[in-house]
Ligand binder design. Structure first.
Ligand code: C2E
Ligand code: CA
Ligand code: CA
Length: 247
């Protein structure tokens, strides 16, 4: 795992006007091939049954990075992406719980709905185990895959992330604002907070604010960055999305 590294992308709380949490996004720095994005190696790790080791490494890394952020005065909940197949892996579930419970870390897990559909009974039971020890569950990529309202209601999730597919085109499409608004209302009716991912423009942020979206994540706020860069970003108190430069 020496070649793996973790970057963090902040999630900005719209009403509180501050960064309250961040998502951990893994990278593989290959000695000859350079930086390999997760979309290329996570599926391979899943197929080779190495994803449990990679994810336990991620959780350890995130716990350690949260200690460094706390030492610098920044207490953010950090979210880790969890592959679907791990939700029905009892060895992973108990190791992950032991790591988190013994560390005092404040974490969240991002899971997709599709990952639950594979083995719903054990996935839902294990998500409840995570939620019971204080891990916040976020439903990732909502709207991108197969969605089932039946599962949505049963999941012990407190956060719904609208897929960037609907957010990046928000201000140039006729249909996407309707989908996003009704998703926000649905999530609120289920007592979940809503995160819009892929927020790239001030116009999108403004529309999401009017629609009552709770948190935003995307290049407008920050790209995924190292722990040191995140600490520097959080220390800049003058920073506001309205003043942030577009990259
Ligand atoms: P995801 O969980 O949906 O992560 C969001 C992806 O959107 C990230 O890509 C992020 O860099 C990108 N993104 C963020 N803001 C914007 C924006 O404003 N515009 C656009 N166009 N894109 C934006 P990344 O880091 O390449 O990760 C891709 C996927 O790989 C993730 O999708 C996630 O499913 C998976 N992944 C990343 N880290 C891990 C991990 O530690 N474990 C597992 N199992 N999967 C991971
Ligand atoms: Ca995610
Ligand atoms: Ca996502």
């Amino acid at each position: 795992c020496d070649e793996l590294l973790m970057l963090y992308q902040p999630k900005f709380h719209v009403r509180r006007q501050k960064v309250t949490c961040a998502e951990a996004l893994i990278r593989w720095r290959h000695p000859t091939r350079g930086m390999i994005p997760p979309v290329e190696f996570i599926p391979v790790a899943e197929e080779a049954h190495l994803i449990d080791r990679v994810t336990l490494w991620s959780i350890r890394r995130v716990i350690e990075d949260q200690r460094r952020m706390r030492a610098a005065g920044h207490d953010l909940r950090l979210f880790v992406n969890i592959s679907g197949q791990l939700l029905s892996d009892p060895a992973f579930v108990s190791e992950a719980c032991a790591l988190v419970a013994s560390s005092g870390a404040t974490l969240g897990f991002e899971i997709t709905e599709t990952s639950v559909i594979r083995d719903p009974v054990s996935a839902i039971a294990n998500l409840q185990v995570f939620a019971d020890i204080g891990i916040r569950i976020a439903i990732d990529d909502y709207g991108a895959g197969l969605s089932s309202l039946a599962y949505l209601k049963q999941l012990p999730a407190s956060e719904l992330k609208i897929d960037k597919l609907f957010v990046t085109q928000l201000t140039s499409s006729n249909r996407d604002p309707l989908i996003v608004r009704s998703t926000i209302d649905l999530a609120h009716a289920l007592e979940m907070e809503v995160v819009a991912e892929g927020v790239e423009s001030h116009a999108a942020l403004a529309l999401l604010t009017v629609m009552g979206c709770d948190l935003v994540q995307g290049f407008l706020i920050s790209r995924p960055v190292s722990t040191e860069a995140l600490i520097a970003f959080l220390a800049d108190e003058s920073w506001q999305p309205a003043a942030g430069q577009e990259s």
